[in-house]
Design a protein around this ligand. Structure first.
Ligand SMILES: NC(=O)c1ccc[n+]([C@@H]2O[C@H](COP(=O)([O-])OP(=O)(O)OC[C@H]3O[C@@H](n4cnc5c(N)ncnc54)[C@H](O)[C@@H]3O)[C@@H](O)[C@H]2O)c1
Length: 252
């Protein structure tokens, strides 16, 4: 068990990649706080973990809200005894369209959910990690759009590029406390997000996307979970500040 005795917060863990990460972390021995806006979905992930004998609790929070983030951190500390790992995974997009048609509200919402929580979780979780003196790991789930942007997603791509740079900067500021900060850039995956924002025919979208991925398939939550586990566990003990593409070769 690679996360025995660790406490992890995983945001956006009611669905998709976040649910996959939470389930994998719990299977590796972590006690997991499943944070999501949607209470029902968070509870579903917790039920899956508990059915497998793992330990988890649901926490309903909007990760763009500083007070809600603080509450989720305090929940982890009071109920599970500390905080070792935060995976900033919750994310949203705007509908695929020309940058010229993206509204101010879409810009503000996308940055509020995709970028700001990295700062908020650092602000609220790092003091606990520092006072425990045992280091920690922050993992950001960004996107291949951060490093190889494609048209139609200008603000989403920019919010993820900002997430990468925020995470790299934090890795430098927090290294002296043995707190590591790393970023995963997934390619399009088999999650509810894909159909929500792309428009058009879902099967046609998948076919077109698969054709751009050398390994010939979309990402699965397990692909992202395996990389998050590597970065959050002692297997990644000497890794900080990196950005790793989990994309079947898409960015080559
Ligand atoms: N699926 C893809 O194609 C893809 C590709 C690259 C990167 N990503 C990134 O991976 C991450 C996970 O995406 P996914 O595909 O699993 O999406 P998803 O829509 O399946 O899950 C996202 C979860 O985040 C939650 N959430 C949204 N806003 C929130 C908020 N303000 N506070 C708390 N929770 C909130 C949602 O309720 C949902 O459960 C996102 O950051 C996304 O940008 C996804």
């Amino acid at each position: 068990m690679r996360l025995r005795d660790k406490v992890a917060i995983v945001t956006g863990a009611g669905s998709g990649y976040g649910a996959g990460i939470a389930i994998r972390f719990a299977a590796e021995g972590a006690r997991v706080v499943v944070v999501d806006l949607k209470a029902e979905d968070a509870r579903k992930t917790v039920a899956t973990i508990q059915a497998d004998g793992g330990s988890a609790r649901a926490c309903v929070a909007d990760v763009s809200d500083s007070d809600a983030v603080l509450e989720s951190v305090e929940d982890a500390v009071s109920q599970f005894g500390g905080i070792d790992i935060v995976v900033n995974n919750a994310g949203i997009s705007h509908p695929t369209k020309s940058a010229l048609k993206i509204t101010d509200a879409e810009f503000d919402n996308v940055f509020a959910v995709n970028t700001k929580p990295i700062l908020l979780y650092a602000r609220h979780a790092v003091p606990h990690m520092r006072s425990a003196g045992t280091g920690g790991a922050l993992v950001t789930v960004a996107s291949t759009g951060a490093v190889r942007p494609r048209p139609g997603m200008a603000v989403y791509n920019a919010s993820k590029a900002a997430a990468v740079t925020m995470s790299k900067t934090l890795s430098l500021e927090l290294a002296r406390h043995q707190i590591r900060v790393n970023t995963i850039c997934p390619v399009a995956g088999e999650t509810p997000m894909l159909d929500k924002y792309m428009g058009g025919d879902p099967e046609e979208n998948r076919k077109a996307l698969r054709a751009t991925i050398p390994l010939g398939r979309l990402a699965q939550p397990e692909d992202i979970a395996g990389t998050a586990l590597y970065l959050a566990s002692d297997d990644g003990a000497f890794i900080t500040g990196i950005t790793i593409e989990v994309d079947g070769g898409r960015c080559v």
